[in-house]
Design a binder for this molecule. Sequence first.
Ligand code: MTE
Length: 324
Amino acid sequence: MLIKSRRGWEIPERDVTPEAVFLSRRALLGAGAGLIGASALPGSAFAQATAGAADPSAGLYPVARNPRYTLDRPLTPETAASSVNNYYEFGTNYDVAKAAAKLKRRPWVVTIDGLVEKPMQVGIDDLLKAMPLEERVYRHRCVEAWSMAVPWSGFPMKALVDYARPLGSAKFVRMETFLDKEVAPGQSGRFYPWPYVEGLTLAEANNELAFLVTGIYGKPAPNQFGAPLRLATPWKYGFKSIKAIVKFTFVEQKPKTFWETVQSAEYGFWANVNPQVPHARWSQATEKDIATGERRPTLLYNGYGEFVADLYSAPAFKSEKLWM
Ligand code: MTE
């Protein structure tokens, strides 16, 4: 996702950083078979990575797995998934676990506003009590052509939409990440349009696959996964899955997202996975398993077409760039 960097080891900041340059630097870190191997994690970093156990909601987990969602590949080991994360608020490398551990996840107030019957603020623990928690195993495909498969815990986004009671005029949900430069050093950078913003149509948010994540591997999610509340939309590239959400705003117009603001020619609103439509700078035909380093063919809608293809069948979508 790196578009432009202010770091000394990159090219001058007036230039766009080619993804290949960025990825090759990451490859240096991760080497050989995959990215940063879990075994490379120092003990303290792994402790940070698994710190979810100290969360006040820990007693809620594990939750029952919903058997409707199945995988065509093994689950990614926790140690590997916990050490390869994209979270620009805490750095542009994958090893953000230690930096992200500084984010305080309580108190955590979620604002629901915009075109709703009654705007409200709700604490995360009250929200957790009100939502039907379950576990789902999902594939997770980053636009950078790496992937994993993880057991998220959380609740269907539809339950949040119902809880919010949107007005008939609401067509989209805009989501926003926290903003705190003291805690998140990345947010001091002037190049990126903080806070991180994402959006879905109301129909996408109500699709059964859209999932709000609060836990992973049977416990509260460690911070680097976007605790205490992040999105998982497994048919879309991973950048749609906004982390550490503090606000849901129901709106009539399509919201402008973080990555669209940075580079609209490469990262659009829809971002549906399609192996036949390359990114402007690399192919999307295959993806690299972050744990094994194996390459496998990428699937249309990341293999979730049966659930979501209908969302985009109306003639109006013919003119939309659904794959970026
Ligand atoms: N959300 C926020 N707030 N900040 C980010 O930098 N990165 C996105 C997405 N959500 C990001 C974010 C990208 S590019 C990806 S691929 C996924 O988070 C990565 O999720 P993971 O670290 O759980 O694999």
